[in-house]
Design a protein around this ligand. Structure first.
Ligand SMILES: NC(=O)c1ccc[n+]([C@@H]2O[C@H](COP(=O)([O-])OP(=O)(O)OC[C@H]3O[C@@H](n4cnc5c(N)ncnc54)[C@H](O)[C@@H]3O)[C@@H](O)[C@H]2O)c1
Ligand SMILES: O=C(O)C[C@H](O)C(=O)O
Length: 314
């Protein structure tokens, strides 16, 4: 009888998010993990791999992590998550990372093209929307196999603040944040509910406005607290949710930066919208009906993301 082989997960970048991705992948039994980083970080990835493999004995996890500085080990990955890139520090914008992270992306995307052209690739590096655009161009992957992680994280921040404000279970909060991964992202209040009850009936407008503002600045709030880098637990969990939906053909509808071909009036551009992720990668882009005010907000977010993407010269 044919045996199902274990899935292979390539994690490019073994820093804060990369290490947490490896841990979550093992704990969720997603597959064997290759944690790749540059030669200067060999000890870091080999150490994290060994540490997680030893932890596996405690709870009996079956998947293994290999720390590597050789792209050949990444070959054959079913899914790749890219966190190779510098995080911002207090006082910086995500856009300030463009030059340095674009250099890293050239290297990473070129290697994906060479070593893992069939993988479903999730980019996390910032500035998110520009980096996923560069990845797609350089790696030459099909539109459906490249996606950027931001919407799941931005939406989870919004849900977290709503649950806190109401003192309710976070499980019952349904919400959606659209647009680019920047201060102009669009939390869709009209489409958000708690236990099926519209959010607008539960939280007063001034409180909701404060939640929206805090969500938009959610990344900066953590940068301000950590001081030496940015968020990593939430980003890792958000990326794993996307990878899981692909690996197990879950067909979850999740907000992500996906290639648009005319949807929302946007063409040949990666932008944060709800997509269905399954074994075929991004299988569907879902169009949400928006009112004029929401359309205007989304256009503003698009215009600001576009400014950064236009600086990407390949
Ligand atoms: N999309 C999001 O929502 C989101 C959320 C948080 C962080 N981020 C971004 O994710 C990136 C990583 O964050 P982090 O906290 O893990 O940073 P980190 O500094 O802890 O880790 C980054 C790792 O990338 C490695 N790296 C550098 N060049 C590389 C290359 N060419 N190939 C492979 N690896 C390479 C570094 O050696 C380092 O280990 C940052 O750009 C950050 O801004 C995005
Ligand atoms: O804010 C950052 O720099 C990191 C990330 O984009 C986040 O939203 O946490």
């Amino acid at each position: 009888m044919a045996q199902n082989r274990k899935k292979k997960i390539g994690l490019i970048g073994g820093g804060q998010i990369g290490g947490n991705l490896a841990l979550l992948a093992v704990q969720k039994n997603l597959g064997d993990v290759v944690l790749y980083d540059i030669p200067a970080a060999e000890g870091l990835v080999k150490g994290k791999a060994l540490d997680i493999n030893q932890l596996s004995a405690v709870d009996g996890y079956d998947c293994r992590v290999t720390g590597s500085t050789d792209w050949k080990d990444v070959a054959g990955s079913d899914v790749i998550i890219i966190t190779a890139g510098v995080p911002r520090k207090p006082g910086m914008t995500r856009e300030d990372l463009l030059d340095v992270n674009l250099k890293i992306m050239r290297d990473v995307a070129g290697n994906i093209k060479q070593h893992a052209p069939n993988a479903f690739v999730i980019n996390v590096a910032n500035p998110l929307d520009a980096m996923v655009y560069a990845l797609h161009k350089i790696a030459g992957l099909p539109d459906n196999m490249v996606v950027g992680m931001a919407g799941v994280l931005d939406t989870s921040r919004f849900k977290c603040f709503v649950a806190e404000a109401l003192g309710s279970s976070i499980r019952d909060v349904e919400a959606l944040v659209l647009g680019g991964h920047g201060d102009d992202m669009v939390p869709l209040v009209r489409h958000s509910t708690v236990g099926g009850v519209p959010l607008t009936q539960l939280i007063a407008k001034d409180k909701l406005d404060a939640i929206i503002d805090r969500t938009r600045k959610g990344g900066a709030e953590l940068v301000g607290l950590y001081k030496t880098g940015s968020a990593y637990f939430g980003p890792a969990a958000s990326s794993i949710a996307m990878a899981e939906s692909f690996l197990f053909d879950r067909k979850r509808v999740l907000p992500a930066a996906a290639m648009l071909k005319g949807q929302y009036g946007i063409s040949d551009f990666f932008f944060g919208v709800p997509v269905q992720i399954g074994a075929g990668g991004v299988e569907k882009v879902i169009t949400v009906e928006l009112n004029d005010a929401e359309k205007a907000e989304l256009k503003k977010s698009y215009e600001s993301v576009k400014q950064t993407v236009e600086l990407v010269k390949l």
